[in-house]
Design a protein around this ligand. Sequence first.
Ligand SMILES: NC(=O)c1ccc[n+]([C@@H]2O[C@H](COP(=O)([O-])OP(=O)(O)OC[C@H]3O[C@@H](n4cnc5c(N)ncnc54)[C@H](OP(=O)(O)O)[C@@H]3O)[C@@H](O)[C@H]2O)c1
Length: 287
Amino acid sequence: MRTLITGGTGQLGRALARLAPAGIQVIALGSHACDVTDPAAVRAAVETHRPDLIVHCAAMTDVDGCERDPRRAWQVNALGTQHVAAAAVEAGARLVYISTNYVFDGEAEEPYHEFARPNPISIYGQTKLAGEEIVRALFPRHYIVRTAMLYDETGRNFVNTMLRLACERPVLRVVADQFGNPTYAADLAEAIWRLVRYPAYGTYHLVNDGQASWFDWACETLRLAGLSTPVEPIPASAYTRLARPPRNGVLASLAAPALGITLRPWQDALKRNLDRRARLPEPPGTA
Ligand SMILES: NC(=O)c1ccc[n+]([C@@H]2O[C@H](COP(=O)([O-])OP(=O)(O)OC[C@H]3O[C@@H](n4cnc5c(N)ncnc54)[C@H](OP(=O)(O)O)[C@@H]3O)[C@@H](O)[C@H]2O)c1
């Protein structure tokens, strides 16, 4: 099976390429090789590589950046998805679209399952939801995979930010009243590879098990890394940012366990991530 990955240079794209099962040929393209806002570039990539499956990871993931430049966010996340979905239709390839917990407003008291009603409160969430709607309308052979709080060893993510700030600041103040599911990109990639073995098209929530506030996540990261920098809880109202994350951004899954797909607890995944990063070679130029 030939699989084309858009956003192949991102956290999830890299994990998908690294963890592809035997027999799956992966073509992972970043924005230079396949700018999803350019329909001709998307068509050319699909015509060149003739994939059986497209995993569409490419997105403008800077949620505050989406508020600053909504036009760009709509171009990349919504229109870009339209171009990828149209190319999948033409090529007869199945399509995986990666979406987000930011499609929900976070006002529910319970975790959100796949059939909960989206109501995004940020440009990022609105543009990603538009991507979902385009995929559903254009192409039945799709998997929409919503995930949350993604991190890997090297990307621009919360874990790396906390590890850096813990070495730079005497104390960290972290929001304690917004919740989600910290999800290790490698675990998500493995779950996606399991999912696409089934022709069970539809919407799936794939996140590491359990839930955490940003504060919980920061504390566990520093504890596992052996860093003693104090972490203080603060309310979201004390941390000004352009985009408003959902207060309750916790995802639950009805659909994935029905296929036998579950992800390990987020604390175990975080430990695995920190163990793995300890074994990675130092990037060139670091002391
Ligand atoms: N990060 C999270 O916390 C999170 C949470 C929930 C859902 N998601 C979703 O999960 C998916 C993967 O996220 P991630 O964290 O792996 O992303 P990431 O590390 O931020 O990488 C984004 C990827 O998108 C590519 N990209 C950006 N603009 C593009 C364009 N115009 N054309 C083609 N490619 C473009 C980037 O390519 P270049 O490197 O070439 O710029 C990069 O490969 C996204 O769809 C995101 O919405 C992420």
